[in-house]
Design a protein around this ligand. Sequence first.
Ligand SMILES: Nc1nc2c(ncn2[C@@H]2O[C@H](COP(=O)(O)OP(=O)(O)OP(=O)(O)O)[C@@H](O)[C@H]2O)c(=O)[nH]1
Ligand SMILES: [Mg+2]
Length: 264
Amino acid sequence: MSVRVSAMSVLPPVRRDRIIAQLPQCFRKEAALNTEDDFNKKVKTACQQQRTGTVGFKISKVIVVGDLAVGKTCLINRFCKDVFDKNYKATIGVDFEMERFEVMGVPFSLQLWDTAGQERFKCIASTYYRGAQVVIIVFDVNDVASLGHVRQWLEDALKENDPTRVQLFLVGTKKDLSSPAQYSRIEEDALKLAQEMRAEYWAVSSLTGENVKEFFFRVASLAFETNVLAELEKSGSRQIGDVIRINSASNNATLKKKQPKCCQ
Ligand SMILES: Nc1nc2c(ncn2[C@@H]2O[C@H](COP(=O)(O)OP(=O)(O)OP(=O)(O)O)[C@@H](O)[C@H]2O)c(=O)[nH]1
Ligand SMILES: [Mg+2]
């Protein structure tokens, strides 16, 4: 059954610490997706006029990939649940988190797919790569080999996606374990690689929480901006209403994990 409801009436308010009013700044200007001080003008105007498309149900798919044990799950858990587990529990296949934001007054969600780094789960995990708007490639700043494998992760992720549309982030984790001298050595290589890949570079610690919120706010903001711009281009001069049709069955289905093709 289809019901016609206002988006705002079915969702509880967004958490107060997920409200983004201004464009968060990049981590390093040398390797950033943009170095603007503020959100795109067209996007700002659209938000002010509530002309941003499917208001309330704007979602971007984000996949998080990288070697085993580099800290992908810890990064997501620090941000989404504000916890840190020092014991390693390998992700089997994929895990999924939905994180809701409000950007310039418009509800927006990131669908975060935490994939397994272990080789034996890679085959299952890669079936979830398709349709990603954002690809986050994670390496451990104390493990040069994990940085060396970044290109391979990129290649695998882009096989399933349109490379010209994907927003790419390169994230170094476990910053708390490295000395400033060690860190700056690996940062030099990471920045070069990020520039080559056209990725935005960040370094974080899930243990201390350093830069974790800043990083995800940046991801959410840039994904939102791109998402709204695409919507504005698609619609041209057509007005997009703030009321959308929700099919209760299909809406539930989008929140469930997708079955690999072979299981359908
Ligand atoms: N000191 C420190 N340890 C960390 C940090 N992030 C993760 N770890 C540790 O690194 C190990 C692996 O972390 P996970 O987040 O499970 O790694 P993963 O990338 O999800 O691994 P897979 O699921 O197998 O791909 C765990 O023992 C974590 O406690 C960090 O920022 N600092
Ligand atoms: Mg994991």
